[in-house]
Ligand binder design. Structure first.
Ligand code: EPU
Length: 336
């Protein structure tokens, strides 16, 4: 394991903002994970585990060790009459994993095509798109407890998945390194194609994992910026969950307000719509901006710092709060 000092993280965060990590290493094997944990126990410095860096905003340099998890490998680990079980190591690129399954006609991941990031980061925030969340197809995952170095298996239920949330992002935050995930691919899939825009683009085509994946790729490319070209972290804010009474009062004032009832009785509404109504779409403050095709996506046009992005995010939160009385919550993790 090669440790570097004061290493730039610009290439390792999808916002492409400049930030330095006091220590830096890349983890290519499970043996190197052991070495990393020994190092961490010896020096007792904060540890930042990064996959694709697609859900993080560096407001400052990082004063600990940043470890990029690069462990690779995809394997079919079993099957029964209903499912095929497929395991992927944490460092696999998420979209390449999705395409690996789709190209072999395994169903389940197609709606999650083109989401930036790695396999190991996916459970953290229970990635989701077009009516499907990781929680719907995850069977189990293996994670290393940082304090003991022990490998533990978590069933889907034990991961405590919620909307853009999990055990690893909440009560067990900072305690585990996700080593691999195992998904269950259904042998008799129920395709999820009701999301606006998906069904239409499939008209006249055979419906299977590959055609759905291609349709989702087209849809995402039409409205979301490619982080390889314009720095961004996908949706910057979560869609807010409102009390029913609050949602009803707003709906009287704004008949276009969307509302998706949740199992807990709350109503999810569209953060993009709220931000758009405040006139933010396409706005720019220097090189930090709101993407012109989607109000939920903050972008770095080149030389914005994390603080520049953070500033525009705070200004948006204030506008939405002033106009609608809703406080938006950021999705990416902030490194202060
Ligand atoms: N809308 C606007 N203005 C805009 C964009 C959208 O008013 O500039 C309104 C439209 O009415 C649209 C609605 O917002 O119908 C919802 O927009 P969209 O379908 O793009 O979905 P979203 O709720 O903004 C969520 C996820 C995305 C995911 C899409 C598709 C969150 C925070 N975001 O976005 O996930 O790709 O649904 O399923 O839940 C991500 O998390 O990084 C991400 C991109």
């Amino acid at each position: 394991m090669k440790i570097q000092n004061n290493h730039s993280l610009k290439k390792y965060n999808s916002f492409a903002v400049e930030a330095k990590s006091r220590y830096f290493c890349q983890i290519e094997s499970n043996d190197q994970i052991d070495a990393l944990l020994e190092w961490q126990q010896q020096f007792d410095l904060p540890l930042l585990l990064l996959g694709g860096g697609s859900n993080i905003l560096f407001l400052n340099d990082y004063q600990g060790m940043t470890a990029i998890i690069n462990t690779k490998g995809i394997t079919i680990v079993g099957e029964d009459s209903d499912y095929t079980y497929i395991r992927a190591n944490a460092g696999e690129n998420w979209h390449q994993f999705v395409r690996w399954t789709v190209e072999r006609s395994y169903a389940g991941l197609e709606n999650l095509s083109l989401i930036p990031g790695t396999v190991g980061a996916a459970p953290m925030q229970n990635i989701g798109a077009y009516g499907v969340e990781l929680a719907d197809i995850l069977y189990e995952l293996e994670a290393i407890e940082l304090a003991t170095g022990q490998c533990k298996t978590f069933t889907q239920q034990e991961c405590l998945f919620n909307y853009r949330d999990s055990l690893f992002k909440s009560s067990a935050f900072g305690q585990y390194l996700i080593q691999s995930i195992t998904i269950k691919s259904p042998k008799k899939p129920q395709w999820n194609i009701n999301y606006a825009g998906v069904k239409g683009s499939l008209e006249g085509k055979t419906i299977n994992a590959e055609t759905i994946s291609n349709s989702i790729i087209g849809l995402r490319q039409s409205k979301l910026p490619d982080p390889a070209l314009i720095g961004n972290a996908g949706s910057f804010f979560k869609n807010p969950l409102l009390r029913k009474s609050k949602w009803q009062a707003l709906k009287q004032l704004y008949p276009d307000l969307s509302g998706y009832p949740q199992a807990d009785g709350s109503i999810k509404t569209s953060a993009a719509w709220l931000i758009d109504q405040c006139g933010w779409k396409g706005k720019r403050q220097g090189d930090a901006g709101v993407y012109k095709k989607h109000a939920l996506v903050l972008v770095n046009y080149g030389s914005a710092s994390g603080k520049d992005i953070g500033r525009i995010a705070s200004d948006i939160v204030k506008s939405v709060s002033d106009k609608f009385g809703i406080v938006l919550e950021a999705e990416p993790r902030m490194i202060a």
